[in-house]
Design a protein around this ligand. Structure first.
Ligand code: KMH
Ligand code: ZN
Length: 274
């Protein structure tokens, strides 16, 4: 098998309002439909934030459980629940997300300014998430918004050991106002600092989406795309379906001679629970 590219789709996020972005999938039906389209377009992992009946971000456990079940019934995608939630979510709710027993969870490796807000991830919370994910056999994706967070990841692994499955997978989240910029030289610096043997994807927020995608492909990385991270294809051209972003990523990966990885191969790479 030749080299392939793991594509993660992050279809919803917690930041955009449905009223502003009508194509955002916010109901379970919309999410499942999006997931099917994105799987057909080449995604292997889905990074999930859910909404309540008023389309506001929620970490309601029973909704999360229903979401995991529905995505597993309708797709072969690896289901990754966000433990980041919205910037206003309390730590206990974010930790409880793991009780929905997804295949994967996000685990951000430090606090970062997040536009006008602060995304809080203090060390004791990181440790709690890491230990709970080990206990429940959920594979974390370590989210890195800044170079200092790479150092925190090393410290976490040194002190508390490898995650469930024994493999370290990271996602560089670039271009957040307050985090590392979305450019090639920063991407290379972050990748060079990762733990040996780690695999990684990268995503660029907003207008850094394409530069980060091309930098990641040329540096041998994987890709994350989706309306959580960008809601336009180009200036003045709104995304009308997440699958458009996945199709574009799959085309770029194929052009780079590393076509999309199947979900089955991604399960083997990430060592998610069978
Ligand atoms: N919504 C952001 C505050 C994650 O999913 O783990 C955090 C976020 C990261 O989206
Ligand atoms: Zn997220």
């Amino acid at each position: 098998m030749g080299a392939t590219t793991l594509i993660t789709v992050a279809p919803t996020g917690a930041e955009s309002a449905k009223a502003d972005v009508p194509a955002l999938p916010v109901t379970l039906d919309e999410l499942v439909q999006t997931a099917k389209e994105c799987e057909a377009a080449g995604a292997a992992v889905i990074h999930v934030h859910i909404r309540d009946d008023d389309a506001r971000p929620t970490l309601d456990l029973s909704r999360l459980r229903d979401t995991v079940t529905a995505l597993r019934e309708s797709t072969g995608l690896i289901v990754q629940l966000s433990t980041g939630g919205a910037v206003t979510d309390p730590y206990e709710d974010r930790l409880r997300v793991l009780d929905a027993l997804p295949d994967m969870c996000s685990l951000t490796c430090g606090t970062v300014n997040f536009g006008d807000d602060v995304f809080m991830n203090p060390w004791p919370f990181m440790v709690k998430l890491h230990k709970r994910a080990q206990e429940l056999e959920v594979v974390p994706e370590f989210e890195l918004f800044d170079l200092g967070q790479v150092t925190a990841l090393h410290r976490l692994l040194d002190k508390y050991g490898l995650p469930y499955g024994g493999h370290v997978h990271c996602d560089l989240v670039m271009g957040v106002p307050g985090g590392m910029p979305g450019d090639a030289r920063t991407l290379v610096a972050a990748v060079e600092a990762l733990p040996p043997g780690a695999t990684w994807s990268a995503t660029g927020i907003g207008r850094t989406s394409l530069p980060v995608m091309f930098a990641a492909l040329s540096a041998g990385g994987h890709l994350r795309v989706g309306m959580e991270d960008t809601v336009t294809l180009a200036k003045g051209q709104p995304v009308t379906a997440n699958a458009q972003l996945v199709v574009r990523a799959a085309q770029a990966a194929t052009l780079a001679q590393r076509p999309p990885m199947s979900a089955a191969d991604a399960r083997t790479l990430l060592n998610t629970k069978p």
